[in-house]
Design a protein around this ligand. Structure first.
Ligand SMILES: C[S@@+](CC[C@H](N)C(=O)[O-])C[C@H]1O[C@@H](n2cnc3c(N)ncnc32)[C@H](O)[C@@H]1O
Length: 277
């Protein structure tokens, strides 16, 4: 695992910069980071928000985050071991919920139910714990990114993106010995599910080049802004490790320029950031 993944703070800073530039200061915000993993994103937000609740279903992850010296020094962080589909918080407790690289894992551990039903319940729970006017930041892979079509990003199965869900499930059972439960969605299907969960507004954004290590996050409805970010990669202040992890070689840049110019970015980009309120 790379240093920048383990630290995670630079990634969280890029996400927080994007949110502050787009929606205003986060200074007074109470934030819930669900599926906080290594904790760097939680930490980056804690440094500029009122408080952050770092939550994960893996207790070992949370304990490791708590033991980080940089986290120990940050006094406005709390830790909760939970399942994303059953949040142990009162309604209207948070201004911002972060769900980055998590929706595709929600439902993985509940095989008695279709993964989609568990994902929907998770989104409903998030709507419930958000205050009126609060926002969900959701980052996830796009199944129609050509490499993801060729090879599923979670199960390494070829072409499963093109298969109907029951066939995909059967292929996964035969080839991997387990059901297919890492549902990822196009922007349109994801937005529909988010609306079904009770959100009324969903805005799609493109992390450049992927949600794990974004250099910038731009509206998928603003080709000029996306093109500008691809052409002048905003990389200032980033560590060499982050620059490497974020990719962005000439082939990637060419691919992104092309899909933006052809108005196909929403369909074909690597990953999606949906902001819902
Ligand atoms: C791919 S990691 C993403 C970590 C972090 N959000 C990031 O962007 O670096 C997914 C995280 O979600 C957590 N997770 C998976 N399913 C979950 C669930 N049902 N409830 C809470 N956390 C979950 C995992 O333990 C893991 O820490």
């Amino acid at each position: 695992m790379s240093v920048v993944w383990e630290s995670g703070v630079e990634r969280g800073d890029r996400m927080a910069d994007f949110l502050e530039q787009t929606y205003g200061s986060l200074a007074g915000a109470e934030v819930l980071d669900i599926g906080s993993g290594g904790g760097g994103i939680s930490l980056a937000f804690a440094r500029r928000c009122k408080s952050v609740t770092s939550a994960d279903n893996l207790l070992e992850s949370l304990l490791a985050v708590k033991a980080r010296p940089d986290v120990e020094a940050q006094k406005n962080m709390r830790f909760t071991n939970l399942d994303a589909a059953a949040l142990p918080f009162r309604a209207a407790s948070f201004d911002l919920v972060i769900l980055n690289g998590v929706i595709e894992w929600v439902g993985y551990g509940s095989p008695a139910e279709p993964a989609r039903a568990v994902q929907l319940r998770c989104l409903r729970e998030i709507r419930r714990v958000l205050r009126p006017g609060g926002r969900l930041y959701l980052g996830s892979e796009n199944p129609w990114f050509p490499k993801h079509v060729l090879k599923d990003p979670h199960n390494s199965l070829p072409l499963v993106g093109l298969m109907p869900r029951p066939v995909k499930d059967l292929a996964c059972r035969i080839l991997k010995g387990r059901p297919y439960r890492n549902n990822i969605y196009s922007h349109w299907r994801l937005a529909r599910m988010i609306r079904r969960a009770g959100f009324t507004a969903v805005q799609p954004f493109m992390p450049i080049y992927a949600y794990h290590f974004p250099f910038a996050i731009r509206s998928l409805d603003d080709p000029a802004a996306m093109l500008d970010a691809v052409q002048h990669l905003p990389a200032d202040g980033l560590s060499p490790e982050y620059l490497k992890a974020g990719g962005g070689g000439p082939r990637t840049a060419w691919f992104y320029r092309t899909i933006i110019r052809l108005r196909l970015a929403k369909l074909l980009c690597h990953s999606l950031v949906e902001i819902a309120s």
